[in-house]
Design a binder for this molecule. Structure first.
Ligand SMILES: Nc1nc2c(ncn2[C@@H]2O[C@H](COP(=O)(O)OP(=O)(O)OP(=O)(O)O)[C@@H](O)[C@H]2O)c(=O)[nH]1
Ligand SMILES: [Mg+2]
Length: 368
């Protein structure tokens, strides 16, 4: 049994495989880690397989799994999970896009109690070197979609991560496409994650395999994980849906508060209707803030905006933005597209709701 297994998926990586295996093994030795290197190859036609077989002779901790069916990167990594001879897995690309020197830090975090440790390109200190605009746009879109499911994770589609065996061993992974991490986060059982920044360096050797099919598969995967979470309430994605529901309930109750206050102010305080409406709006915003702070997001020390007053100001500003969106859409739909005014208002409310949730989630109640 090894301390950890570094899984390297490969397909025609002759130009890199020897160097990456040796680099990972050197990191093991420098850090006194008893590590296994497991190359999972999709029956490459170049010299990848002989190169690993050759290395095995001098390095008994190097293994190779050659697959002949169900070709695919994610499928290969999932196969690697099943064949690894340890309880901690690290997944890394063969083309030196991911720095092997970070492996010991990832392993340390797992030892300290994390279930998943992610190498992030999108957190402070991380980055991407030498990517053409097209790749950047696709990656940004994929990351945005992934963050809808896991908003606390800055890079939920990273190919560089460490995970405990217990997270994935009973998970009904349906691996496909390129984003195995999203599948692990969506179907695995985990509580604690941590991200470590790194700079992604585009490959120098060998060929890229990104195709349109990859993008379609990815969209299917996001939908599949959402549906899965509806029937698996222990999943992390369900935790997020719960927040959406709670946020919605708070919003609905805010409408009752809003109307109730307006009625009281007009009928009993005999206030001018226009002034009373403004006061009622602000009080309902305050009401919503308190419930979202205490209940929906359970804000504790782990939020970035530690002052409750500052969170209140942020929430207020976001709510005003939501109202502007609501009203703007109403004007656009009724005047521009002759939509029935109640329907136009309803669409405005729904879009403002999405705005309010997403922006407050990422700003007002974002994690440290
Ligand atoms: N087993 C297996 N490995 C694959 C497959 N496709 C890619 N890989 C490996 O997965 C890793 C990432 O693939 P890349 O082609 O580098 O993907 P990328 O980083 O998104 O794109 P480029 O670096 O620009 O080519 C590399 O180690 C590849 O050899 C596959 O179908 N099966
Ligand atoms: Mg690459």
């Amino acid at each position: 049994m090894y301390d950890l297994t570094v899984i390297i998926p490969t397909f025609n990586e002759e130009a890199n495989i020897r160097n990456i295996v040796l680099a990972v093994d050197a990191v093991f030795r420098e850090n006194s880690l008893n590590g296994q290197v497991l190359v999972v190859d999709d029956n490459s036609s170049d010299g990848t397989i002989p190169a690993v077989t050759d290395l095995k002779r001098t390095h008994p901790n190097v293994d190779i799994l050659v697959r002949t069916e169900d070709h695919g990167l994610s499928q290969s990594v999932a196969d690697g999970f099943r064949h690894a001879a340890s309880n901690v897995f690290v997944v890394i690309d063969a083309d030196f896009s991911h720095p092997p020197v970070l492996i010991p830090r990832m392993y340390e975090e797992i030892k300290k109690g994390c279930d998943v440790v992610i190498g992030s390109r999108y957190m402070e200190g991380g980055g991407i070197k030498d990517w053409p605009l097209k790749r950047r746009i696709i990656s940004t879109g994929a990351t945005f979609l992934g963050r809808l499911l896991f908003p606390d994770v800055t890079d939920p589609v990273s190919g560089f991560f460490a995970v405990k065996k217990s997270v994935v061993e009973d998970a009904p992974l349906k691996p496909r496409g390129y984003k195995i991490l999203l599948e692990v986060l969506g179907k695995g059982s985990w509580e604690k994650d941590k991200e470590i920044p790194f700079e992604f360096i585009d490959r120098e050797a060998g060929a890229s395999k990104l195709r349109l099919k990859t993008i379609i598969e990815y969209a299917e995967q996001v939908v599949d994980i959402s549906l899965y979470s509806f029937t698996h309430h222990e999943s992390a994605a369900w935790r997020e849906w719960k927040r959406v529901f709670k946020f919605g309930i708070v919003g609905l109750s805010g409408i009752i508060v809003n109307l109730g206050i307006l009625w009281l102010l007009v009928e009993y305080a005999l206030l001018d209707k226009n002034i009373a409406s403004l006061i009622a709006i602000e009080i309902s915003i305050l009401h919503n803030f308190v419930w979202n702070d205490l209940w929906t997001f359970r804000a504790k020390e782990d939020v970035r905006i530690t002052s409750r007053w500052q969170r209140l100001i942020a929430f207020n500003l976001v709510s005003i933005g939501g109202s502007v969106i609501n009203w703007g859409l109403f004007l656009l739909l009724t005047a521009g597209f002759s939509v029935y005014y109640l329907l136009a208002q309803l669409i405005g409310i729904l879009v403002a709701f999405v705005w309010n949730f997403l922006v407050n989630r990422r700003v007002t109640w974002t994690r440290k």
